[in-house]
Design a protein around this ligand. Structure first.
Ligand code: IDP
Ligand code: MG
Length: 149
């Protein structure tokens, strides 16, 4: 099973969408392994978005991230990194298809409400950035036999 890091960003939290995002991932059949609400330091925000450090919007993105609450989660499931990215939709909601989280729930790229790791390698780094190993709760879902053969 793969793990991925998902976050509801402060715009998603302000808009009351924490439950909606969790609901979609739960309904899909993915398993929540860890979750916390934090107010990230600017250092954590910078680390989280380190791959974008040369982009013109990097500084503003990190300041926005550090200014508000952030719900960090770790989810587990088969091929979850790719599937969550597909469920999120494109980075720019203008290009996100209806039915995706960003396609249904937001309008502009700088307020696109959700983060999801973009590769298995990134997922490992991001899970380790936001969670200590003991914060990842390995539990057996009673639905497992009905989700996986
Ligand atoms: P992703 O969130 O779909 O993985 P990334 O390219 O990793 O997209 O960018 C991280 C975040 O940076 C985006 O979710 C968005 O909030 C913000 N962002 C990306 N591109 C732009 C831009 O052109 N202008 C403003 N913000 C941007
Ligand atoms: Mg990204």
């Amino acid at each position: 099973m793969e793990k991925t890091m998902v976050a509801v960003k402060s715009d998603g939290i302000q808009r009351g969408l924490i439950g909606e995002i969790i609901h979609r991932l739960e309904k899909k059949g993915f398993k929540l392994i860890a979750m916390k609400m934090v107010k990230p330091t600017e250092e954590m925000a910078k680390q989280h978005y380190i791959d974008l450090k040369d982009k013109p919007f990097y500084s503003g993105l990190c300041k926005f991230t550090a200014a508000g609450p952030f719900v960090a989660m770790c989810w587990e499931g088969q091929s979850i990194v790719k599937v969550v990215r597909d469920m999120m939709g494109e980075t720019n909601p203008v290009d996100s298809k209806p039915g995706t989280i960003r396609g249904d729930l937001c309008v502009q790229v700088g307020r696109n409400i959700i983060h999801g790791s973009d590769s298995l390698e990134t997922a490992k780094k991001e899970v380790a950035l936001w969670f200590k190993p003991e914060e990842l709760i390995e539990w057996k879902s009673c639905m497992e036999g009905y989700l996986y053969e």
